[in-house]
Design a protein around this ligand. Structure first.
Ligand code: ASP
Length: 587
């Protein structure tokens, strides 16, 4: 027998028990004739003791142990003379009577402690060692718990978990597809799904009115920090529902997860119009853990002889409470921050409401009364600091949004254990792209227009089309988009019009999405759904910005799995079998 107990299990009540444990040697300490070994497994750490009373062969084997050796020990549970309150097994230790080395280990390339000394790439290369560390174990256990609770809730609501295929068909919308060559159909390719979108809609046509799946999705996007080419969604779809039904069902899921995983009671989740999110927070995923809304002051500051404002399409301000005493240096620092290329402002204007009156960087152009008007507009009071940016409207709003978040960080207003969820609703259906001179679907081409906007949807004027709102919604928590979905088009004609607006010829629409349009001929019910980013949901619950630790085997920032060294070239025989050209030059 390898073990009677795990390394996290024994307590003072087990005193005098004879036990067998197996695990990894975390640490060895020698104190005179005594040797202490921390034995670790998934469940915890138990201290082993070998001393002069131990048998000779036990002493000999102990003297040859190294870090990460896998051993089995038999011994007796004893009460420790000096207890360790930091671990659950800290009251006891095992007096070793027998020890077997089950496997030796090379010296690991980094320490397997809560705070490891290994760099990112090294830890990714030896992921199995990194995964032995507590923070990763906790992250994966949290992920497991989340998945179980998702299933529990959705099952209780009559959802069926149904798998959809991974080898599907490439479509041009959205991100790039990962493609898989077909050997038996020479010259043809499967694509890996960016999401099960069309399949879940077809399941609705098939009558499976509540579907979900915790499913891997693949997107060949340009690499950005903390983006994974494969990631997991909680993908859901329902029939015979309107937007409000979806919002309440999945608010229920969020509430269930917060309660059962974090023991946090969620208040009612507020709804915010997309237009308001942009106006007051400068982004479509506002962090509403703190207020500090953006105020537009364009008209207040126009025609004052200050050319920067006079020439600006938009001027906006935010009020940082109790920052009126900011020093020159602190303001310079913020100015440098907004001037960084990531933000791209050309300067930052301030108004301080201090003890000694109003002071600003635009005193030359504005009277105290005028400055006071700006203060009133931003609801600033004595002791506050107003920060102002101007320029093109959308760009400036977004810069103010970033500055707002940065101030939130600096002022400690974004605590990780506080959660402020909300729904963003009424997204525009389309985004216009200047470069390609065409409309793109803001969500995806299956999202329906608001019923009241259907006329504009059929208009041939771009400005009408551009102003159509969508039956779409995002679930946002603490400035992070955790989920998004929409009520779908289920009418063939409407779907055809959608493809037309997106620039598909009828033939192209037929060849890409004919299967869906065909299905719509056979009694498609009204339906809608949502998908949550599961990795991100887990990371948020774990209090982390990064999803990587919540995925057992993630890719690095260059999209590589450095443990298995992938992607990698394949040999010519394999290429030929797949009917692929063999003259790819090696890099
Ligand atoms: N399939 C969509 C996405 O991946 C989500 C949805 O509309 O349900 O964003």
């Amino acid at each position: 027998m390898y073990r009677t107990h795990t390394c996290g299990e024994l307590r003072i009540q087990n005193k005098a028990n004879k036990v067998t444990l197996a695990g990894w040697v975390q640490r060895i300490r020698e104190l005179g004739a005594m040797t202490f070994i921390d034995l670790r497994d998934r469940y915890g750490i138990t201290q082993l003791v070998v001393d002069e009373k131990s048998a000779d062969d036990v002493k000999k084997i102990t003297s040859e142990l190294g870090r990460e050796f896998v051993i089995r020990v038999e011994g007796e549970v004893k009460e420790r003379s000096s207890k360790n309150t930091r671990i659950d097994t800290g009251d006891i230790e095992i007096a070793v009577e027998n020890i077997t080395v089950l496997n030796k280990s090379d010296l690991p390339p980094f320490t397997i402690e809560d705070n490891s000394d290994g760099g990112d790439d090294l830890r990714m290369k030896y992921r199995y060692l990194d995964l032995r560390r507590n923070p990763l174990k906790q992250a994966l256990a949290l992920r497991h718990k989340m998945a179980q609770e998702v299933r529990k809730y959705l099952d209780s609501q009559n959802f069926l978990e149904i798998e959809t295929p991974y080898l599907i068909k490439s479509t041009p919308e959205g991100a790039r597809d990962f493609v898989v060559p077909s050997r038996v159909n020479a010259g043809e390719f499967y694509a890996l799904p960016q999401s099960p979108q069309t399949f879940k809609q077809i399941l609705m046509v098939a009558g499976y009115d509540r579907y979900f799946q915790i499913v891997r999705c693949f997107r060949d996007e340009d690499l950005r920090a903390d983006r994974q080419p494969e990631f997991t969604q909680i993908d859901c779809e329902m029939s015979f529902v309107e937007q409000k039904d979806i919002l309440s069902m999945f608010e229920g899921l969020a509430r269930h997860l917060f309660k059962n995983v974090l023991n946090v009671e969620l208040d009612n989740v507020p709804q915010m119009l997309y237009a308001d999110a942009m106006k007051y927070y400068g982004c479509d995923k506002p962090d509403i853990r703190f207020d500090m809304k953006i105020s537009e002051i364009t008209e207040l500051v126009k025609n004052s002889g200050f050319s920067v404002f006079d020439n600006a399409e938009y001027t906006g301000a935010i009020c940082a409470k109790n920052c009126g005493a900011y020093t020159r240096r602190q303001i310079d620092e913020l100015t440098e921050w907004v001037k960084r290329p990531q933000i791209g402002a050309s300067g930052l204007i301030y108004i301080k409401l201090g003890e000694d009156g109003i002071k600003s960087s635009i005193d030359k152009f504005f009277t105290t009364e005028q400055l006071q008007k700006i203060a009133d507009k931003t609801e600033a009071q004595n002791g506050d600091l107003i920060l102002i940016l101007c320029g093109k409207k959308t760009k400036t709003q977004s810069m103010l949004g970033s500055l707002r978040l940065e101030l939130g960080n600096r002022l400690g207003l974004r605590a990780v254990n506080k959660f402020a969820p909300l729904w963003i609703v009424d997204f525009p259906l389309f985004e216009w792209d200047d470069e390609t001179q065409r409309f793109y679907a803001m969500h995806h081409p299956f999202t329906s227009p608001k019923p009241e906007d259907v006329n504009k949807f059929y208009s041939n004027k771009n400005e009408d089309i551009g102003s159509v709102n969508a039956n779409a919604y995002d679930f946002v928590v603490n400035g992070v988009e955790l989920g998004g979905g929409s009520i779908r088009i289920f009418d063939r004609k409407l779907q055809q019009r959608m493809f037309e607006i997106l620039g598909f010829t009828p033939e192209a629409a037929e060849s890409q999405f004919g299967f869906l349009m065909n299905a719509f001929k056979y009694g498609a019910p009204p339906h809608g759904g949502i998908a949550f980013g599961f990795d991100r949901f887990c990371a948020m619950f774990g209090g982390s910005d990064s999803i990587r630790d919540y995925i057992a085997f993630p890719k690095n920032n260059s999209g590589r799995d450095v443990m298995i060294d992938s992607p990698s070239p394949i040999d010519n025989v394999q290429l030929e079998e797949l009917s692929l050209k063999v003259d790819i030059k090696k890099k």
